[in-house]
Ligand binder design. Structure first.
Ligand SMILES: Nc1ncnc2c1ncn2[C@@H]1O[C@H](COP(=O)(O)OP(=O)(O)OP(=O)(O)O)[C@@H](O)[C@H]1O
Ligand SMILES: [Mg+2]
Length: 247
């Protein structure tokens, strides 16, 4: 099993690149896509609906513990319900985390959830996690034990500085991260004035992904990126990147 996580500052293209990774890797193997952004939206470029998030399920169980049917243990019920939150696509499955915290006591459910997620992810050759913007997910340690951490940035100083912080944080927190890969999104080449800053960022690899008219068109028309032509420049670049880093 290989876990690929996608991080970076707001609006830089994390969800789009996660969807392209799902499109690419699901051609050969079954992929589990994890939407770890509380503002659930990875399902949109993937072209599927999400009925229920894990966060909502957790709330429902705390709000109405009597919903557990007679003859079913609490553990069985939660496991069954968790299974039901998986959206099954033809080439990939999707699970949306939804909002993580709430006012109730979630300890029992959180423990079950951890066990469930561990046993679930083990079943897939690829797990792709689209994170919320920023670094919360690192400090909460929900992004731990990844084979590749893609840190997406725009071609600006602020973007690269944020990406560098994300990279530094994985070390500071001692997170298990295989490779960190900086992706400057929506540009053809690395701008000269960013080269030095990038070289100081400590990334294992640095790539660019071009701005892709096809993506803009598909998104504005509400079409799934799963149907994006395989000749699309951004898709081809993602293909080349995964090859170069041995994913
Ligand atoms: N390579 C690309 N070419 C063209 N458009 C792109 C590309 N990458 C992302 N976009 C567009 O940029 C916008 C922001 O992308 P996206 O939603 O993937 O960012 P994000 O980092 O996930 O944002 P958030 O922080 O809100 O989760 C979207 O409209 C998306 O279609
Ligand atoms: Mg996003």
């Amino acid at each position: 099993m290989k876990t690929l996580a996608v991080s970076g500052k707001g609006g830089v293209g994390k969800t789009t690149l996660s969807a392209l990774l799902v499109k690419l890797l699901s051609k050969k193997k079954v992929v589990l896509a994890v939407d770890a952004d509380p503002n659930t939206n990875l399902n949109i470029p993937l072209g599927v609906d999400v009925e229920k998030t894990i966060g909502k399920l957790r709330e429902d169980i705390v709000d109405d513990p009597k919903a557990i049917p007679d003859g079913m243990s609490k553990q069985e019920y939660i496991q069954y319900q968790l299974q039901m939150t998986i959206t099954e696509g033809s080439k990939f499955d999707l699970i949306a985390m939804g909002r993580q915290e709430g006012p109730g006591c979630y300890c029992y459910i959180n423990n079950l959830l951890r066990v469930f997620m561990d046993s679930l992810t083990e079943k897939y050759p690829y797990v792709i996690i689209d994170n919320e913007a920023g670094m919360e997910h690192l400090s909460r340690r929900t992004t731990n034990d990844t084979d590749v951490l893609f840190i997406v940035s725009d071609a600006t100083q602020t973007g690269v500085i944020t990406a560098t912080r994300v990279n530094g944080m994985t070390e500071e927190l001692n997170l298990k991260t295989g490779k960190t890969v900086l992706i400057l999104n929506k540009v053809l080449d690395i701008p000269e004035d960013l080269e030095e800053l990038i070289s100081q960022g400590g990334f294992d690899h640095v790539f660019t992904v071009p701005k892709d008219k096809g993506i803009v068109k598909f998104i504005s028309e509400g079409k799934s990126l799963m149907d994006l032509p395989e000749t699309s420049p951004a898709y081809l670049k993602i293909k080349q990147i995964t090859k170069e880093i041995n994913v």
